[in-house]
Design a binder for this molecule. Structure first.
Ligand code: A2P
Length: 270
């Protein structure tokens, strides 16, 4: 049995199979979005793109939700990007965490947005909306992504410009990173679009694929199953619509035990 730790002002015995980690920093982007970093338990292994169950003790009971790990597999710390839902069972509490607080994490990570679930290709698209960028924040900081693909295109669509900031900061961080900058070079393209505010790149990613504007803007040819691979993370509706477009282009959906041309996973909500 582990030693008691304090989470949300309650003394608890951390059950077997659960880590209690210390919050290191919290960054608030908008009224609805924030990021936090916490300690990584010794021996905790995951593949870039996977998610873990993250939780807090609330009124003496643990509440967990699935969270993509936004940091890459090599990072000594763990990063998460979250929405804030005013009455969300977990996020109404999680949005108030401060450095030094404890956050629970179940020991077993899992997920389909991993490089192993894709067959070899040349260009990797990562299509995200909202907090769906989180697994890709991990993958675009993993050298293996650039070993396996010649070109990596991260698309991020949000309602407002302010919601894009996490993605812009991330790409800036990569450009200035002492090891990643050289390794990534100009292989990474960031395509950020907005749907409910004026912005040079406007529209849902599905519309921009369908009308061809995404390809023109990026200077790349249309989707080709021989070359292109995809990963999709967003709302249920976004997954369904984007998946339909990739299938129309001839790409087939893969999984951990059956790698193919694209994989999907629902972004965290609630
Ligand atoms: P829109 O503003 O046109 O609804 P949400 O916060 O609702 O998850 O939306 C995040 C972003 O995803 C928004 O820019 C939203 O566009 C977009 N979006 C919502 N549904 C879809 C869909 N079915 N396909 C593509 N993009 C979508």
């Amino acid at each position: 049995m582990n030693a008691p730790v304090k989470t949300d002002n309650a003394e608890l015995i951390v059950p077997d199979g659960v880590f209690a980690e210390t919050v290191l920093s919290v960054t608030h982007y908008t009224d609805h979005l924030f990021r936090f970093r916490m300690t990584r338990p010794a021996g905790f292994r995951f593949r870039s793109g996977e998610f873990a169950m993250i939780g807090l003790m609330v009124d003496g009971k643990p509440i967990y939700r699935a969270y993509s790990i936004a940091s890459p597999a090599w990072d000594e710390e763990l990063e998460f990007f979250s929405i804030k839902v005013p009455d969300g069972p977990l996020t109404q509490h999680l949005q108030r965490i401060q450095p030094g607080d404890k956050v629970l994490m179940r020991k077993k990570p899992t997920g389909t947005l991993v490089l192993d679930a894709l067959t070899p290709g040349k260009r990797l698209y990562m299509f995200s909306t909202g907090t769906g960028i989180a697994p890709f924040a991990s993958l675009i900081r993993d050298p293996e992504t650039y070993e396996k693909f010649e070109e990596v295109i991260l698309t991020h669509t949000c309602r407002d410009v302010a919601e894009l900031k996490y993605g812009f900061d991330l790409v800036e961080e990569i450009k200035n990173h002492e090891f990643l900058a050289e390794l990534v070079g100009d292989k990474l393209k960031h395509y950020a679009t907005v749907t409910r505010e004026d912005y040079p790149f406007k529209g849902r990613i599905t519309d921009l694929i369908e009308n061809g504007k995404m390809f023109t803007d990026l200077g790349v040819p249309p989707l080709d199953p021989a070359i292109d691979r995809g990963m999709i993370c967003g709302s249920t509706a976004m997954l369904k619509d984007t998946k339909a477009l990739l299938e129309k282009a001839g790409l087939t959906e893969g999984a951990n035990n059956k790698p193919a041309e694209f994989v999907i996973e629902r972004a965290f909500v609630g």
